[in-house]
Design a protein around this ligand. Structure first.
Ligand code: F6P
Length: 336
């Protein structure tokens, strides 16, 4: 193995730069030449790459985003796209490729492996944490903290005005950010796709819980954390409907892409640094078709298919204690 390439694909995540740095440093340490493809799989189609020296990765471990840029790339998903990518990789004399991204990127990796003979290794990089086989994905811990910082601020104003706030967080179709942010912010209610797999929650139940909280505690602030894509019409629509049903002011806050940015927290930097260095070792050992993850502080090699073949489960104990917070309001007697 003389030359390895890397790319970042799909939604960027804080810590991707730390992973790039780790790959570049480990490559140079092992006498391998690292290349960086720009703009995700688009870079493979456009043969848009550059050599990465150690000087290219100075001072990037703390930066959000990705110095290689990212993109989602539809043309690559066709057989012609993958053939072109394979031919470009061969032309650039690449022996191994490291793909940093989420499950869409790993599907891309698998697709490419049908057309290219080089070795391919993936690193889980997404704020959503929806990848099986690893306890956490690069970017997830930072996204929780970013969401939490905002929710804590909303709580201050919610408390001052004794208002109800619905806070919509990212996660695509997974509730990891929502659950963690709800538990850590002391939210009264959390709506996650995993808790409502068949249909959205009943409006009456949500309204009743809000009214009950106000009855028991007197007028008070109330934070509901909800995952995106859970309620048709999102937080704005649900807030309007709850206001109409309860007569109480309900305000939506959609956190959006702020959750994807920012300097990675230490846990993401450590995870990215370990996974990046190990990806190079795995390629050197001739491994291919795997994602590198971490479980119980052990680095693990997970075949791509296993990273997406079943939904990753939420931490059941976090679900339980959040449920208890909800039930305490639901079941408490009004002693006032
Ligand atoms: O996968 C990361 C993510 O931020 C999801 O949480 C979100 O649903 C999606 O990407 C948004 O993607 P885009 O920025 O392409 O709209």
């Amino acid at each position: 193995m003389k030359r390895i390439a890397m790319l970042t694909s799909g939604g960027d995540a804080p810590g991707m730069n730390a992973a790039i740095r780790a790959i570049v440093l480990a490559s140079h340490y092992s006498g391998i030449q690292p290349l960086g493809y720009q703009h995700g799989f688009n870079g493979l189609l456009e043969q848009e790459y550059r050599y990465l020296g150690t000087e290219d990765v100075y001072n990037i471990i703390q930066r959000g985003g990705t110095i290689l840029k990212s993109a989602r790339c539809q043309p690559f998903t066709t057989p012609e796209g993958a053939r072109l990518a394979a031919s470009n990789l061969n032309q650039a004399k690449v022996d191994g490729l490291i793909i940093i991204g989420g499950d869409g990127s790993f599907h891309g990796a698998e697709h490419l492996s049908n057309y290219w003979n080089g070795k391919i290794v993936g690193l889980p990089g997404t704020i959503d944490n929806d990848i099986n086989g690893t306890d956490a994905t690069i970017g997830y811990y930072t996204a929780i903290d970013t969401a939490l910082e905002s929710i804590d601020k909303v709580r201050d104003t919610a408390d001052a005005f004794e208002r109800i706030f619905l806070i919509e967080v990212m996660g695509r179709h997974a509730g990891f950010i929502g659950l963690s942010a709800a538990v850590c912010s002391g939210a009264e209610q959390v709506l996650l796709p995993e808790l409502y797999p068949d249909a959205p929650p009943e409006l009456d139940d949500l309204a009743e819980h809000i009214q009950r909280a106000q009855k028991i505690r007197g007028k008070c602030s109330y934070i509901m954390v909800m995952s995106e894509n859970l309620w048709p019409g999102g937080a704005t629509d649900l807030a309007n409907q709850l206001k109409a049903r309860t007569g109480i002011e309900c305000r939506p806050v959609i956190l959006g892409h702020v959750q994807r940015g920012g300097s990675p927290v230490s846990l993401d930097r450590m995870l990215a640094s370990k996974l990046g260095a190990y990806a190079v070792e795995a390629l050197l050992a001739g491994k291919t078709g795997i994602m590198i993850g971490e479980r119980n502080q052990q680095l693990v090699e997970v075949p791509f298919q296993q990273s997406w073949n079943k939904p990753k489960a939420l931490d059941p104990y976090l679900v339980k204690i959040q449920r208890q917070v909800f039930d305490l309001v639901k079941n408490e007697n009004n002693t006032n």
